[in-house]
Design a protein. Sequence first.
Length: 600
Amino acid sequence: MSPVNNIHDLHNYAEHPGKFWPDFLAFSSQQTKAEYSVLLVKKTSSWAQLCQWSQDQQRINLAETIKKNLQNLADKCLEDGLVRAQISGTELSIIGINLTGQEQPSVAVYFIDTRHPAAIESGLQRLQLLADTPAIYQRQRVAQQAEKDLNAFGKVLDLLLLLNEQEQFVSAAMLVVNEIAARFSCDRVSLGWQESGYVQLQAISHMERFERKMDIVSSLEAAMEETFDQDEEILLPQPPSSTTVCHDHRLYAEKQQVRNLLSLPLRTKQQPTAILLCERGESAFSQEEVRSLRILCDQIAPRLASLKAIDRWFGAKLADQLRAGMSKVVGAEHTLLKLSGLLVGFVLLISMTIQIPYRVETPFILRSQDVQQVSAPFEGYIDEVLVKIGQRVSKGDLLLSLDSRDLQLEESSALANQIRHLREAEKARAFGSLIDMKIAQAQADQAQAQLDLIRYRLEQSQLRSAMDGIIVEGDLEELRGAPVNKGDILFKVARHEKLFIELKVDERDIHELQTEQHGEIAFVSQPELKYPMDIEQIDPVALANDTGNTFLARGRIVQDAAHWWRPGMSGLAKIDVGNRSIIWILTHRTIDFLQLLTWW
């Protein structure tokens, strides 16, 4: 890029705006003898710094007060066009100018040394001349782009005029590849068309005939297939931002020693039908050329597709005519909709005639037939808990012990009273006092009875299991030292051998169930395992709950209980109730609801 030496260079700047603004700011700063400068762009309600310039090329670190002044100065520039201000405590003067003709409000701010007043006045005049330079640059870019677009559309129209004169697909395809090769300076241009699920080569520029068995033909068709499958343009060398797969293109380029490839899909009715592949040796395809070829492909695709349809063999044309005739029979329009209706009708007929096994689904809970409740024998405090929920216990195993220190004290007191009364009875016997002896003996017997009661309670403070089973209730590990009342249920022990399932059947399905029906159950913890069961009993009375009425049914497990089963486990049961049609299975709930809703 040539350096910017005057305003004319800025007006005819050929680079992107991202490069224009720094060069414009540098040129205008040099013209105003500024120490440094910044370009501000207004976004919503605040100003953002777009770029900056300074004489020593160092980053500008402005104080917060100066930044705030810049915001105010930029707002004022939008109203007055040109604003001059002085920074207090410094020898710098600020000049701000509104850059007109921009999509977003833009202001350039320059910091000029106040010790050169003549330079400031001269800078103000030059800035006024430079204020419309960005707008002129933008208009120049728009004009240049419009000229490029006009040239591209001109090429497209010229080719379309020539293409419309062709009556055969082969001649039209040759015209297209030859004209594109000439107009875009391509070494070779090839056209492939999708036939029977594959892309087949139709024409190669400057080559009237070619053999299908040629190696170049298979390589070209493989590269075209790659573009067709992705329905994307493929450019070699591949741009850094591209994510398209170009393996076959690279193989073709290596075999034919081609540096630059561009393949584009030709679409009809938004679907790819053909591929155009352009080859060039030295110069790469520019973005303008890619854009022009893309427009060209979109315009020539309908005409080529029309000629291709006309040139097909008699059998293909006859098939199209038959298809058109059948479409008239079922309707010139909405053919797909009517065929879909026929398909839906067929599906409905099948669903009404074919019957499949129907199962009633219901949740279940695993129960035990023999459950022992272990309760507190007296008021006291929990001393030690020896079992947890799910633990197997045997008959006589210690489950829990209550605090017995008070009972032990009472035992010692009762034993002391018994001994004292016995001694008093012996003393009365020695003195021959029969009445005192009997009284003392009665008191000793009373103390013995009290001692027996206390010892019985001491024995009862050790709660033991009365049978072999599993702890299904009683998680008291965190309640050590907590008080319990007489009769409180502390544990439930259930036998593992005598298990059954309790089904909760919705009242909508209870009429389907009968005893001796078979089914399967699956536990929540092991849903992949299925176990057979039979209906053994159905309760005649419903239970009301939040979701509606349910009936309890009892099921018998056919096989022995697994070692990991525990009373209280839940899952899903499916009971076979006979065969039903598919349509009934899918719609009977809705039909029942509608019948109740519309019942008069």
